[in-house]
Write a protein that binds this ligand. Structure first.
Ligand code: ATP
Length: 538
């Protein structure tokens, strides 16, 4: 804390100028080259009139341009608004209007979508880049299925006043001016929440928030070798988890990022075998994809020594299998957009507790508060709402004073997650307050039921939700993806649950699906499944 985030890039380029910062599908940039591009791009943005406090939307998958854009924006004291490239027009328009971004940097394949929504937004500057600015790869290789469906086109429309990223980079000398940034109060990022439970809100994160969190995360890996680590960059940087634990972490520790623009399991495994990452932060669904790949034994994934999993619960089965395949450590952590995001983790070395999100990071205080009143702490070991205090906690939600007051109370962040804590500070997420199902008068935590289903040998993925039921009001339904070439019946899984769970927790319905709806970090979207069920009934 105490420095603007850009400081780490200056430091990396001064200390390790010729170490590799990025490897993107074989294309390489050193830290000196990365900093040079960031400074030139910052000058380009400055020439367009972008200044401190302006919001700049960045709508790109993981590629060098994302890192260049992000660091250039914060170098100017402007505020990055990371935008999911898979957003549909309605979501994109909401984010641009709400943030008031007057500039958007986007991937050429998204032109049609971006141009369609622009008239309803404050955007004046459009800066386009293509993956081919760095590498001549046809886009349909990167986005095979989505390209057509979402109106992607490889052509960037001419004469629309669109500025080319590459030109802005090439025609400007590096920016050298000093911009006065107060890390404690100036925003670096307006980060919209995942929208898993409803409307996506813009969390205001300062330089200090982001700097504090990446420094806290570093303490998790005590033997991290400055300049010696290679981090696999599969988590998207437009989500705060990937941004902190991969992008900012790599810049802080002068590590190499191996970037993939989307999580396609065969490409991922080939890149791991080839570039031998030491660290692979991810979300549970990514580790599930690795361990259940039919040819996993053919790939060399033994370089992986440490992984932090976040975003959703990590099933114990997945953790065990992944560790035995790699020989490395996979531990569960926890966080949320509002806290930059990491607040807890199990240690890589030392005592860890399966099924727990671990202990608070340094300088992070935790309280478990009464679920109803939110004003008193529950006795140790009992379930309440997880509350956090620390330098990584946001300043509030952008333009949402009521939501801010509900979430930040008396200096504490109320996470909306139900948890219990043991005497050593190990914390267990029971469920989200909003996901708790009340069926037949009982409180059911879907997560507990999912854990049981994951133990079934044929189950690859499981999600449990409370769906509307004409007789009971709400009933428990499980959605299952089976492992490759496996068959199972509804009855078989219900019997399995009967053996392992009290009767009221056993799902009444099971539906098998080839895949489940997920967010870009692989979080299963329970909300969509419930909405589908409601639509069927009406
Ligand atoms: P929204 O707040 O808009 O609904 P979101 O909650 O998906 O979106 P994020 O900030 O990406 O937005 O996710 C944070 C949430 O992810 C946490 O509040 C928690 O519910 C869940 N989460 C993160 N890590 C874990 C974990 N290890 N175990 C269980 N849940 C987790």
């Amino acid at each position: 804390p105490g420095v603007p985030l850009y400081h780490f890039l200056e430091q990396a380029s001064a200390k390790h100028p010729s170490s590799l910062a990025t490897i993107f599908m074989g294309n390489k940039l050193t830290f000196a080259q990365l900093k040079d591009k960031v400074d030139r791009f910052a000058a380009g943005l400055h020439s367009l009139g972008i200044k401190k406090g302006d919001r700049v939307a960045i709508m790109l998958p993981n590629c060098p341009q994302t890192i260049i854009s992000y660091y250039a924006v914060i170098r100017l004291g402007a505020i990055a608004v990371m935008t999911n490239p898979l957003y549909m027009e309605r979501e994109l328009s909401h984010q641009l209007k709400d943030s008031g971004a007057e500039t958007i940097i986007f991937l050429d394949a998204l032109s049609a979508k971006v141009l369609n929504v622009l008239p309803q937004t404050p955007v004046k500057n459009m800066i386009v880049t293509g993956i081919q600015d760095f590498l001549p790869l046809p886009l349909n290789l990167l986005y095979p299925m989505k390209a057509k469906k979402q109106g992607m086109s490889l052509e960037v429309p001419q004469n629309q006043g669109i500025i080319k990223f590459k030109e802005l980079l090439q025609k400007n000398a590096p920016f050298t001016q000093t911009v006065a940034i107060n890390p404690a109060t100036d925003l670096a990022l307006l980060q919209y929440t995942g929208g898993t439970t409803g409307l996506s809100k813009g969390a205001m994160l300062t330089h200090e928030n982001l700097v504090a969190n990446v420094v806290q995360v570093r303490s998790w890996l005590p033997d991290c070798q400055e300049g010696g680590e290679r981090i696999f960059g599969a988590l998207p940087f437009f989500h705060v988890f990937g941004m902190t634990v991969i992008m900012n972490f790599a810049v802080l520790t002068c590590s190499t990022m191996i970037l993939v623009p989307r999580f396609e399991i065969d490409t991922v495994l080939k890149q791991i075998s080839k570039y031998k990452p030491t660290l692979f932060p991810g979300a549970p669904t990514m580790y599930v994809a690795v361990i259940s790949h039919p040819d996993i034994k053919k790939y060399d994934i033994s370089s992986i020594k440490a992984c932090i999993s976040g975003a959703a619960p990590l099933p114990v089965e997945v953790q065990d299998k992944f560790e035995s395949l790699t020989g490395g450590k996979l531990v569960e952590g926890y966080g949320l957009t509002e806290s930059s995001p990491v607040t807890h983790s199990n240690p890589i070395y030392g005592e860890r507790v399966f099924g727990s999100i671990g202990q608070p990071l340094p300088n992070t205080n935790v309280k478990i508060m009464d679920l109803e009143t939110g004003t008193t702490e529950v006795p140790l070991g009992e379930v309440g709402e997880l509350c956090i205090q620390g330098p990584q906690v946001m300043k509030g939600y952008w333009n949402m004073p009521d939501e801010t007051n509900q979430t930040l109370r008396n200096g504490w962040l109320f996470t909306g997650d139900m948890a219990r804590m043991d005497e050593k500070g190990f914390t267990y997420i029971v469920d989200r307050k909003k996901d708790m199902v009340i069926a037949g008068g009982y409180n059911i935590y879907p997560r507990e039921v999912e854990e049981v289903l994951y133990e079934h040998p044929k189950v690859k993925e499981a999600v449990v939700a409370g769906v509307p039921d004409p007789y009971r009001g709400e009933t428990l339904k499980a959605y299952i993806v089976l492992k490759q070439d496996q068959q199972a019946t509804e009855d078989e899984l219900i019997q399995f649950c009967n053996k392992n769970l009290a009767k009221y927790k056993v799902p009444k319905k099971i539906e098998f699906r080839p895949e489940l709806p997920k967010t870009m970090v692989g979080k299963i979207l329970r909300r969509i499944l419930v909405e589908e069920e409601k639509a069927k009934m009406s």
